[in-house]
Ligand binder design. Structure first.
Ligand code: 5RP
Length: 234
């Protein structure tokens, strides 16, 4: 096995451990927000096992991909038509700012549903391998911004005026990437983000923006895993 493959396997193992720790926080009767991404896959798999062992809960998935996975594992699902709030949402992140738990999310393109579920949650726990921890958001990670297809070029110019280098996300075949909500994603390089809450607000005020992958003041806990083991920040 090459050292790159071994390192990738190790990161997957860290993601699995963090996700399974958080899956154990789910209690009988809860409405659970089910995140999206490779870490969240481990969460949904663990919850599928717990469901088969008799745990009663209902999940609200944050993407079509997570919904498909949950259904394939027999995880019972519900929606905001039936439930006003979520007891516990668990999701991955692309960057987690140490100390604040402000996040960048959405490199998987599911940021809007993820943010709706997180914002409706009594508790939002972020799960990740510890390479996602950073001192300041944005230095090494683009901020995805979901925008309406109409006028995206104009919206992109406004984002540029906030100081971002902006590129529309494309699929591997070169087509525009389209989100589950039928919108486009503009990947924005802001460099280091000194005041993430101000940047999140400024992005949201631009007409044409649906929302961004900056999640400030939403995560209440983080479970990370790395060479030091599991760390649960509450
Ligand atoms: C998807 C997300 C994911 O949670 C984020 O990209 C982390 O993914 P992974 O667990 O695969 O590292 O925000 O929109």
């Amino acid at each position: 096995m090459s050292s790159a493959t071994a390192a990738a396997d190790q990161v997957r193992e860290y993601k699995r451990q963090a996700a399974e720790f958080a899956a154990d926080m789910v209690q009988d009767g809860m409405i659970v927000g089910l995140g999206t991404g490779s870490t969240a896959v481990f969460l949904v798999e663990a919850l599928g096992r717990r469901h088969r062992e008799g745990l009663r809960f209902l999940g609200i998935p944050t993407s079509i991909a997570t919904e498909k996975l949950a259904r394939s594992l027999g995880v019972p699902l519900t929606s905001f038509a039936e439930h006003e709030s979520v007891d516990l949402a668990i999701d991955g992140a692309d960057e987690i700012e140490r100390g604040t738990l402000n996040l960048i999310k959405g490199l998987g393109g599911a940021l809007l549903r993820e943010k709706i579920v997180a914002a409706a949650s009594k508790k939002f726990v972020v799960v990740a391998d510890d390479s996602k921890l950073v001192d300041h958001l944005g230095a090494d990670c683009l901020v995805p911004v979901e925008v309406t297809p109409f006028g995206w070029e104009s919206t992109a110019r406004h984002l540029g005026r906030l100081g971002a280098r902006v590129s529309p996300r494309r699929s591997p075949t070169g087509q525009f990437f389209v989100s589950d909500g039928g919108n486009l994603i503009l990947d924005c390089n802001f460099g280091t983000i000194a005041k993430p809450a101000d940047t999140e607000d400024a992005i949201r005020r631009i007409v044409g923006v649906v929302d961004s992958g900056l999640f400030t003041g939403i995560a209440s806990e983080a479970v990370t895993c790395g060479p030091e083991g599991l760390i649960h920040v509450t």
